[in-house]
Design a protein around this ligand. Structure first.
Ligand code: HEC
Length: 247
């Protein structure tokens, strides 16, 4: 079907190149698992329950506009940071619009249960042990802030583009249906753009959350196929042996 004689294929690469490419692909594979876990632990917990759902995506980007940031955090991501009775007191306080007169009861609770992380100079978490910051958290939850989206967008676009450049380049040497190869190599870049674009759209309109889910699955599937096929063809005798008989 294809003339493989003068074409570089993964099975024909030198040991040196195969070790180099496999090392890279293995680390990238682990990286994908770690980012999956990271997504589950941050966005996945947005609604207070483990597991990534459509609702989590909407809460993360558009926000939960039924309540304040503080209240939503205490019902969601921060639910397990303090005992339920402390959460109840803090939520009640948020409900009342964070009255200053009750700060004397609230401050010790925050210091005891939240400051460990939130008063840490190293992190950029909101310093909720300060009354004005705590008060600012009591405004309606509008999801991801523009500054967070800008920061995460540029990191994603630059970082992931390089990952798919190399993963795609290695995979371009695989023996695989040509049309599918073009699709697998090209689609992650489109999904990446769609993903980042949909974060911004979801920030303003929750319907776009579906596009975030589609693009996430899209590049996860493309990456999985390219990684496994590339690794298999570099090491399994079916592809490496063929080389020797041809040479
Ligand atoms: C173990 C560390 C830790 C503790 C303890 C902790 N937090 Fe957090 N908190 C975080 C991290 C990390 C984030 C950022 C999570 C993210 O954006 O995904 C966060 C985010 C928040 C946010 C902002 C959520 C948003 O909408 O961006 C609020 C509000 C908050 N925490 C309140 C609290 C309160 C109240 C307590 C105490 C009951 C508390 N946290 C205890 C680590 C902690």
């Amino acid at each position: 079907m294809m003339n493989l004689k003068d074409e570089v294929t993964l099975g024909k690469l030198s040991l040196l190149n195969r070790v180099l490419f496999s090392g890279f692909l293995l680390v990238i594979g682990l990286g994908f698992c770690a980012s999956g876990a990271q997504i589950l632990m941050t966005h996945g917990m947005a609604d207070g329950e483990l597991g990534l759902t459509h609702k989590d995506i909407v809460y993360s980007y558009y926000g939960n506009r039924n309540g304040s940031r503080l209240e939503n955090a205490l019902n969601g991501k921060m639910k397990l940071k303090a005992p339920p009775e402390v959460n109840a007191v803090l939520i009640e306080w948020a409900h009342k619009g964070a009255p200053e007169s009750e700060w004397n009861t609230i401050a010790p609770l925050i210091n005891a249960h939240c400051s460990k992380c939130h008063a840490d100079d190293e992190s950029d978490l909101p310093r909720i042990e300060k009354l004005d910051i705590a008060k600012s958290m009591v405004k309606v939850d509008e999801g991801a802030s523009i500054s967070t989206l800008t920061r995460v967008s540029h990191i994603h676009l630059f970082g992931i583009a390089f990952i798919f450049l190399y993963v795609g380049w290695i995979f371009s040497m695989a023996e695989f249906n040509h049309t599918l190869k073009v699709i697998l190599i090209g689609s992650p870049f489109l999904f990446l753009i769609l993903d980042v674009l949909s974060w911004w759209l979801t920030k303003y309109c929750p319907h776009f959350a579906v596009a975030i889910i589609i693009s996430g699955f899209g590049y996860a599937i493309a990456a999985f196929i390219m990684l496994t096929v590339s690794l298999a063809q570099m090491w399994l005798p079916r592809w490496t042996k063929k080389t020797k008989s041809e040479n």
